[in-house]
Design a protein around this ligand. Structure first.
Ligand SMILES: C[S@@+](CC[C@H](N)C(=O)[O-])C[C@H]1O[C@@H](n2cnc3c(N)ncnc32)[C@H](O)[C@@H]1O
Length: 274
C-alpha cells in the first residue's frame, strides 16, 4: 500500500460539502432514542452536526466533539440557526479530555478515521471513562466486506489496480451559497494485514461555471470485524456489549453493511481519578 500517514479529509471544501449536503439519513432517527433515554449526551466525531443539530433543536442536552476545526465551526453555525449553543470541542477522540461526564456517548461514522489501531483502542478507553457508571456508548461501524469493489482487493495478487486512477469530477451540486461543488474519491491502497484502507478525495468549487477552488485530501480508515471490535470494547472496560443490525435494533446479520455496538459502562465501576 502506498504509505499514507493516518489522516482524515473532513476539512475545507469537504467539510463544507458535509454541512451543505449531508443533512439526512437513517442514523438520525436511530441514535435519537438512545439520547432521549440518557442525557447529557456527547456526539463524538459530530462533524457539521447532522445528528447533533436536530437533537439540540429538539431540546436534548447534547455536546459535541470533532477533530476537525472546520467541522466544529460549521456545526456551531448550524446549531445557532436552530437557537442552540451546545458545548463543542475540537479534540481527537483518542485525546478526549472533557470536563463533563455523560449518560450517553454516540459515535456515528467516526471510529478508525485518520488514526492508528492503538489510538482507536485508546479512544474506546476514553469514551468509557467519559461515561457515568451505567452509561452507554452507541457506536456504528461499517463492516470491512460491505462493498464488493473494496472487498475484491483483499486477496493476494488482486491489488495491482491500486491506486485506482483519478476520475473526472463528480456530479456538481448547487449549494444555497450560490457555489457548485463536486467530490471525486478513489482508493489509494488497502493493507489486509493492517486492515487499513487509504483514500484520496478531490473537491472542486465553481461560481457561475468558473472553477474557483480545488483541494485534494487523504483519509485512512481502519477496518474492524465484529468480534474484534467487541473484544476492543471489553478491553476498554465495558461490562456489556450488544451488537445490533444496521440501524434497526434487530439481531445483526451477515448482510448488514453497518453494525451498531451498544456498550454499557458497569454501574459499580469506579470512576478513575482525573
Ligand atoms: C463521516 S463524518 C461523520 C460526521 C457525523 N458523525 C455524521 O454522522 O454526520 C466523520 C467525522 O469524524 C471526524 N473525525 C475523524 N477522525 C476523528 C478523530 N480521530 N477524532 C474525532 N473526530 C474524528 C471527522 O472530522 C468527521 O467530522
Amino acid at each position: 500500500m502506498i504509505p499514507v500517514e493516518p489522516q482524515s479529509w473532513h476539512h475545507g471544501l469537504v467539510a463544507r460539502w458535509w454541512s451543505l449536503f449531508r443533512d439526512s439519513g437513517p442514523e438520525i432517527d436511530y441514535f435519537r432514542p438512545f439520547v432521549e433515554a440518557g442525557q447529557p449526551a456527547l456526539d463524538v466525531a459530530c462533524g457539521s452536526g447532522r445528528l447533533l443539530v436536530p437533537y439540540v433543536a429538539a431540546g436534548l442536552d447534547v455536546d459535541g466533539c470533532d477533530v476537525s476545526a472546520d467541522m466544529v465551526a460549521l456545526c456551531r453555525q448550524a446549531a445557532e440557526t436552530v437557537g442552540g449553543s451546545p458545548n463543542l470541542h475540537c479534540q481527537a477522540m483518542h485525546e478526549l479530555d472533557l470536563p463533563r461526564r455523560y449518560q450517553t456517548i454516540f459515535v456515528c461514522g467516526g471510529l478508525g478515521l485518520g488514526s492508528t489501531r492503538e489510538q482507536d483502542q485508546e479512544a474506546l478507553r476514553r469514551l468509557h471513562d467519559h461515561l457515568e457508571p451505567g452509561g452507554r456508548l452507541v457506536l456504528d461501524n461499517e463492516v470491512p466486506y460491505s462493498g464488493a469493489a473494496q472487498w475484491s482487493y483483499w486477496p493476494a495478487g488482486q491489488r495491482a489496480g491500486l491506486p485506482e486512477p483519478s476520475g473526472p469530477p463528480g456530479e456538481r451540486r448547487l449549494g444555497p451559497d450560490g457555489f457548485e461543488y463536486a467530490l471525486q474519491s478513489r482508493m489509494l491502497g488497502l493493507d489486509p494485514l493492517q486492515q487499513q484502507e487509504a483514500w484520496e478525495i478531490h473537491a472542486s468549487q465553481w461560481r457561475q461555471g468558473v472553477l474557483v477552488a480545488e483541494e485534494t485530501h487523504r483519509l485512512t480508515s481502519n477496518l474492524y470485524f465484529c468480534a474484534e471490535l467487541v473484544m476492543m470494547l471489553e478491553r476498554a472496560g465495558f461490562t456489556a456489549v450488544e451488537v445490533r443490525g444496521e440501524y434497526n435494533d434487530l439481531e445483526p446479520t451477515p448482510d448488514d453493511h453497518f453494525l451498531v455496538y451498544v456498550a454499557t459502562r458497569g454501574k459499580t465501576d469506579q470512576v478513575r481519578p482525573e
